[in-house]
Design a protein around this ligand. Structure first.
Ligand code: ATP
Ligand code: MG
Length: 250
């Protein structure tokens, strides 16, 4: 192929990178997404499947027909800044970073989620497999089919919510705490995906069980899960009993 032809070909590819035009992607992010597409053999990105408080998530399709979930953190909202400050207080990795350097903070935040995902994945916790992190973009395995995300626990019809599911979540918490030594910190029906099994997501704020506020966050996580299952008429265990049963810090 001639150089000119190659260039035209490349331009066409880049223009096709997004199947759905997304006006919220700034030029720097777009360049990063191009770079990631080359590295991971991504054919194109699909429209966002969520725009939450701290990030947007996009499915990406590879040339082989696999899907990734691409989480792009907002390069700053005051809410995310506040959350980051709250959760990074006392965390050694964040000690030397000024809160005013938001761009840097956000990429460290993305790296933190990647690191937590890696620890959890290696410990055998059901989380999406982490693939890559680059600045404020994190890529992980996609949970769902053909770019259609699997439902959140929150979205399941009542009849599909079972006691077994509750027990499965409790044993995931057990693994997280006793094997990965992490407390999720924002666990609820909104951060659990139900597919072939249950998957725990959104672990950017997860912290070491040694952290000062770990016991308080763990209690809250368990209480959230208990409250949800109780509201569906499922008999739940007492939070203190769960903590004792798993031999978890109090
Ligand atoms: N690996 C994945 N596979 C499929 N869908 C995913 C994956 N990760 C996240 N999602 C979807 O994207 C949504 C947002 O992801 P996540 O909870 O990590 O980000 P968030 O910024 O906290 O968003 P929110 O504020 O909505 O909770 C999830 O609710 C889920 O529907
Ligand atoms: Mg979430």
């Amino acid at each position: 192929m001639s150089e000119k032809k190659k260039k035209i070909e490349k331009r066409r590819k880049d223009a096709d990178l997004f199947k759905v035009v997304d006006s919220t992607i700034d030029p720097r992010t777009y360049l990063l997404l191009q770079d990631i597409a080359r590295k991971l053999r991504i054919d194109y990105y699909l429209g966002a499947i969520s725009s939450g408080k701290e990030a947007k998530v996009y499915p990406a399709k590879t040339y082989d027909g696999n899907f990734y979930a691409v989480k792009i953190y907002y390069v700053s909202t005051s809410a995310s800044k506040k959350a980051i400050q709250k959760y990074t207080f006392g965390d050694k990795r964040f000690e030397n970073i000024k809160a005013s350097n938001t761009k840097k903070l956000i990429s460290i935040w993305a790296r933190k989620e990647f690191k937590n995902l890696s620890i959890l994945y290696e410990s055998g916790v059901n989380v999406p497999k982490p693939i890559l992190v680059q600045e404020h973009i994190l890529v992980m395995n996609f949970i769902g089919e053909n770019g259609v995300r699997a439902p959140l626990l929150k979205e399941l019809p009542d009849e599909e919510i079972t006691k077994d599911m509750y027990e499965e979540i409790l044993s995931q918490i057990d693994l997280m705490v006793n094997k990965a030594k992490l407390v999720h910190g924002d666990l609820s029906e909104y951060n659990i995906i139900v597919y072939d099994k249950i998957y725990i997501i959104d672990v950017s704020q997860s912290i070491s069980i040694e952290s000062e506020n770990a016991p308080e966050l763990l209690r809250r996580d368990i209480e959230n899960i208990n409250r949800f299952f109780e509201s569906k008429g499922i008999e739940v265990n007492d939070t203190e009993e769960i903590l004792k049963r798993f031999n978890i810090i109090t």
